[in-house]
Design a protein around this ligand. Structure first.
Ligand code: SF4
Length: 216
């Protein structure tokens, strides 16, 4: 089947970003899958750098799923408060760890739908786990992804994360999705920024990007 204009543009962007950021990876640090689940919940409205620092304390006190499931919510909240939304994040983490302990023998489930059913886990988090833990196809629509794919014309004025995800599934080869989204984060931080005018003049996509909505 012939490729659409958007598919061709997507492939070219994937290739150029791959050359620009060859060693991309998730900036949340983790050595066990359940820890990424905790970190990704804490990362809502908080920087990954801060989360990486806060979880050190949390995992030192509660080094496994069982101990965190047994911790009381107040104690979790006390540690995670600097990440913002402390109460709600602590409640979700506690409830999520209890489900892992009681239903999954302290492991994390392997399917997208099972991940999505966990307390505090949305599509973005479930996709991140599928991609980074299981190496499965994943599209992680965080704020960088949504801003960049709109500017690049890969989606047309869509801001709602699930809709963006669904549009991207149509044009991104599944096996490229996870790394592509990590590279969008790299590029969104370094070049196609949110808080300043994007640095189009030094962007590796300059001549192929339509720069939708970018003020000259
Ligand atoms: S050319 Fe400009 S708008 Fe397009 S991706 Fe690069 S920095 Fe962003």
């Amino acid at each position: 089947m012939r490729k659409t204009k958007k598919e061709k543009l997507a492939l070219e962007i994937i290739e150029r970003l791959r050359r620009e950021y060859p060693d991309t990876r998730c900036t949340l640090e983790f050595d066990e899958a359940w820890k990424l689940l905790v970190s990704v919940r804490l990362a809502a409205q908080c920087t990954d750098e801060r989360v990486n620092v806060i979880v050190e304390k949390l995992f030192e006190k509660y080094p496994n799923v069982k101990s965190l499931a047994e911790a009381d919510v107040d104690s979790i909240e006390e540690i995670v408060r600097p990440c913002g939304l402390g109460r709600s994040k602590a409640k979700d983490i506690s409830a999520c760890m209890k489900v892992l302990r009681d239903q999954y023998a302290c492991q994390i489930p392997r399917t997208f739908d099972e991940l999505l059913a966990l307390p505090g886990v949305g599509r973005k988090s479930a996709n991140l786990i599928m991609g980074d833990v299981f190496g499965e196809p994943a599209i992680v629509t965080d704020t960088h992804c949504i801003r960049l794919v709109n500017r690049m014309g890969l989606v047309d004025h869509i801001k709602e994360p699930k809709k963006v995800e669904m549009e991207l599934w149509k044009i991104i080869p599944p096996e490229e999705g996870s790394d592509f989204c990590h590279r969008l984060v790299d590029h969104g931080r370094a070049v196609c920024t949110a808080r300043t005018t994007p640095y189009c003049e030094k962007c590796c996509l300059e001549e192929i990007c339509p720069k939708i909505g970018v003020k000259k």
